[in-house]
Every structure is written in structure tokens, then in C-alpha cells.
Design a protein around this ligand. Structure first.
Ligand code: GLY
Length: 352
């Protein structure tokens, strides 16, 4: 039995799948997103949403994409918010880095007085820096993206688990969905940590677990923190509704989303060391998500060895930040246009 065809099938309804779908649909394609669970309930739900385009840990070759994505973020979000009528809680207050060691690439250090004037409740640290890095609420962003996508005519199918790529010769012609084949001219694997589980035209990804918690004020809805704060052990990401997210572990333990109480308490203690006021707040939630890792920790973008089968995955710790630029790059590649960026370091074929 064959389901109805679309121009493009996207495997995976996280922020990357949704963003690529939106961009392709804007450029005239009919797009269907097949999500094995609920859209946006994996890494995109778990992420903190820091748009850390100046992070000194970002590999050099990824920085142009990170910077470009951060630059287009406000307009990209604003358009989607208008289309959906929802808010993604984009906060452009900037980020304070508090570190024990000098960091290169973050600009001149801030004095204690500078830190105090920006953020009243932080502990002193030997080095402090300010960047203009913004943040977004990835759960809200997903709701915005899904609503905008549906409004634009993109079909997003929940509980649709693609198990394999259907081929004819060296060409992808559709996907296997249970005992059905769904055909399409173009197939894009955006399945995050699950990318490599799709049989045929294998793409190597692995899950990298991150545990997090959030705290909320006990008595008021006042946001006690304005900026994102990044310490050596944990980061703090405030939301406009008063929550502060504290993250995150980086663990290679397979597809395991268990939350470990001791680990959460350790992060809570580290957060209190950065901002003692956190101790006056109530623990609200703890959770774990699986980031999509790749063998060299870089995204995997472009056509695979199988004609018409593309990958947009492996964004590791930067999926939320890189979503808009990934969408543009993928739409260019799929339409046969030259992307604005050199993506030779990110091609799926680099591992073969
Ligand atoms: N993007 C933040 C993290 O991976 O923890």
C-alpha cells in the first residue's frame, strides 16, 4: 500500500525538521514531516535555548554558521510568532560568563562592579565577561514552529516511525513506515539522536544525554535573574515566566533519559554557588534529553551517498541556535543553489 506523496518528506519533527520544513514550504515545496513520537518532545524539548554564538568551545569551522544564525534569529522568530500568534520567549538580555580561568574570544573582562550593575545577585568570580548572546524557550519555540508550519499547510504526522529508506538503484524514492511505503522526491533525515537508526543510507549519530533542572521563585513571579549566566560547571537560563533553568550534564550512556537525583542536587549546589539566591527558590522540574552527537561533534548537512536522501542532523549542543541557518542551507542545497556558507566540513560523506 502506498500513502500519498509529497515533494519532500522530513524524518523527525524536532526544531531542525520543523525549521527545514518551514523554509522549504516557503520556497514552494509540499512538505510532510514524519515524527516517531510527538513533535519537539526530544532534544528540542529538553534544551536550555542558549543562543551561544560566541561560545569559545564552538569549533572554529562552525562559528560562521553560529554567528549567522544568531543574527537572523530575531527576525526568524518574529515572523514565526506573527504566523502562529504565539511567543517563543526570545530574550536579548545578553550572557554573563563567570569563570575561574581567563577565556579567549569573549572580549575584555568585566569588573566586579560591572557585573554587580548588570546582575545584582551573582557571586564574585576571578573572571567575568559579557556577550550579547540571547536565549529562547525551546519548548515555546517548538509550539510556535509547529503552529506556523500547520498554518502554512505542512503536514506533521505524530507517531509515524520511519524505519528505512526505500531505494531504486542508488536513489532514495521513499520511506518505509510500518508496512507502508511513502514516496517522495526528496527525503531529509532530521531525526536527531535517532538519525542513525533509519536503515539504508546510514548516517552515524549517537545520543549525548543532558540532565537539567529548573527552579521557580517561591512567592512572586518576578524574574530574579535577567541574563543568561554561564559558570565553569553549570549555566543558568532565565525565562520570562520566572523559571531559571540549570544545566547540564554531557553523558555518553546510550538512549537513557533517567534522571539521577544526586546529579541534579550537584548541579543545584553549583548553581547556588554562582547565584546564592537560587537557594531561596523552589525546585520545579528535572529532566533529561538526548542531544544528537556525531563522530566529530559537528553537524551533518547535505546530500548523502544516496541520491535525493539528505541529512540535517548532529547539531549536538547547538541545535536550537543553528535551526534557522540550517534551514536556509538545506533549502539551498535541495534546490540546487550554492549555500552562502562553506559546508564542506559538514557533508555526510566525510565519514565514509
Ligand atoms: N546547549 C546547551 C547544552 O547542550 O547543554
Amino acid at each position: 500500500m502506498s500513502d500519498r506523496a509529497s515533494d519532500v518528506i522530513i524524518i523527525g519533527g524536532g526544531i531542525i525538521g520543523a525549521s527545514v520544513a518551514l523554509e522549504l514550504q516557503r520556497r514552494g515545496a509540499s512538505v510532510r514531516v514524519l515524527e516517531r513520537g510527538e513533535p519537539g518532545r526530544e532534544a528540542s524539548w529538553a534544551g536550555a535555548g542558549m543562543l551561544a554564538a560566541q561560545d569559545p568551545d564552538t569549533p572554529e569551522c562552525l562559528r560562521p554558521l553560529a554567528r549567522a544564525s544568531a543574527e537572523i534569529y530575531p527576525d526568524w522568530v518574529s515572523e514565526l510568532e506573527q504566523e502562529s500568534g504565539l511567543s517563543a520567549d526570545l530574550r536579548c538580555e545578553g550572557t554573563i560568563y563567570l569563570t575561574q580561568e581567563k577565556k579567549e574570544g569573549l572580549g575584555p573582562p568585566l569588573s566586579d562592579a560591572d557585573v554587580k550593575s548588570r546582575e545584582g545577585f551573582l557571586s564574585k568570580a576571578p573572571f567575568a565577561y559579557f556577550t550579547t548572546e540571547a536565549s529562547v524557550d525551546p519548548r515555546a519555540l517548538m509550539a510556535v514552529a509547529v503552529a506556523a508550519a500547520k498554518k502554512g499547510g505542512i503536514v506533521i504526522s505524530h507517531e509515524h516511525h520511519v524505519t528505512a529508506i526505500e531505494t531504486s538503484g542508488n536513489q532514495a524514492v521513499g520511506v518505509r513506515l510500518g508496512n507502508q511505503t511513502v514516496s517522495a522526491n526528496v527525503i531529509i533525515n532530521c531525526a536527531g539522536a535517532w538519525t542513525g537508526e533509519v536503515v539504508g543510507g546510514e548516517i552515524e549519530t549517537h545520543p549525548v544525554k543532558g540532565q537539567m533542572l529548573s527552579v521557580v521563585p517561591v512567592n512572586s513571579r518576578e524574574v530574579p535573574l535577567k541574563h543568561v549566566v554561564r559558570g565553569d560547571d553549570v549555566y543558568l537560563v532565565p525565562r520570562s515566566d520566572g523559571r531559571i533553568l540549570i544545566g547540564a550534564t554531557v553523558e555518553r550512556v546510550g538512549f537513557d533519559k533517567k534522571v539521577d537525583a544526586e546529579t541534579i542536587l550537584k548541579m543545584h549546589r553549583a548553581a547556588m554557588e554562582l547565584a546564592p539566591k537560587i537557594g531561596e527558590m523552589r525546585i520545579h522540574e528535572s529532566w533529561a534529553g538526548l542531544r544528537p552527537g556525531s563522530p566529530d561533534k559537528l553537524p551533518i548537512l547535505g546530500e548523502t551517498g544516496l541520491k535525493n536522501y539528505f541529512a540535517a542532523t548532529g547539531h549536538y549542543r547547538n541545535g536550537i541556535l543553528l535551526a534557522p541557518v540550517t534551514a536556509r542551507i538545506m533549502a539551498d542545497v535541495i534546490n540546487g543553489d550554492t549555500p552562502q556558507f562553506d559546508i564542506s566540513r559538514f557533508t555526510p560523506s566525510r565519514f565514509s
